[in-house]
Design a protein. Structure first.
Length: 275
């Protein structure tokens, strides 16, 4: 089973999903590191986090997301039992079109498969939640200089809703200058579907991150020198469900994407900007 290079040339979302479905692409989605790719390049299209839940707790999760939209902004919800995200990719299948998944049972990871056909039920409901990796495209095309450090558990509490509670996960990006950081705030604010503006700026320890060199969820290749330097570092809400949240939910089955293995949609990132 091979993993294709992330810097391949232009490829359409439908073709990328086909390759993922055939297990020809099992790694992270194409990154935005190369600027100026053709419009058909899948890096210009919105990528989504995935959460799949039984219908019995679906409303509770909608309420949780509504109360914590900076981390969990819902972009599409499937009909119960249907794996098709009609608003974002009407020919897609959430059971097979992500490179990898995580399956939880009562807070513990029980499987990390490349499809979830065996775990899909007649009452399964899938939620697609925007990823901050989408505005990376906008940052790169604007010439903003930065590096992504990873995703981290924090001490920032989410507002609970019945069985859903816990702390926020954030994605940290370190910018080359204060000007780059300010520009990133301006650009990300145009994209509330992908977490919008940062939730924190300043010392990492202030939000419960002990060491930036040790992300809880590594995203791609870590920079050569992360250390504990948080100069010009900003933190955005992240769609990864924290270990504390999934542990407290005590749900018989909860499925998410594997960190960094998102779903690519048919909607352009620029199309979903609000201004």
């Amino acid at each position: 089973m091979s993993t294709m290079p992330t810097e391949e040339g232009p490829i359409s979302p439908a073709e990328l999903r086909r390759r993922i479905r055939a297990n020809e692409w099992t790694g992270p989605l194409p990154s935005p590191r190369t600027v100026g790719a053709a419009p058909a390049d899948s890096r210009a299209y919105a990528k989504m986090n995935l959460v799949v839940l039984p219908l019995a707790v679906a409303f509770d999760f909608v309420l949780f997301c509504q109360r914590n939209a900076r981390a969990y902004a819902i972009a599409d919800i499937t009909e119960p039992g249907s794996p098709v995200p009609r608003l974002l990719a009407p020919d897609a299948d959430v059971r097979t079109d992500l490179p990898r998944y995580r399956v939880f049972s009562r807070g513990s990871i029980i499987d990390e498969p490349h499809d979830i056909n065996a775990y899909w039920h007649a009452d399964s409901v899938a939620f697609l939640i925007g990823s901050s990796s989408c505005f990376d495209w906008a940052l790169r095309t604007a010439g903003v200089q930065y590096e992504t450090l990873g995703a981290y558990e924090t001490a920032l509490p989410c507002l609970p809703s019945r069985c859903f509670a816990g702390n926020m996960v954030v994605t940290a990006r370190r910018f080359a200058s204060s000007q780059d950081a300010v520009r990133a705030i301006q650009i990300s604010s145009r994209h509330p579907a992908f977490h919008g503006a940062p939730v924190h700026m300043g010392p990492a320890q202030a939000i419960g991150i002990a060491d930036l060199a040790k992300p809880d969820y590594p995203l791609g290749t870590m920079p050569a020198q992360t250390a504990s330097d948080d100069t010009h570092t900003l933190y955005w809400g992240c769609g990864i469900l924290s270990a504390s949240l999934t542990g407290s939910a005590q749900i018989e089955q909860l499925i998410t994407h594997y960190p960094g293995r998102l779903m690519v949609t048919d909607r352009l990132i620029a199309e979903m900007a609000v201004f």
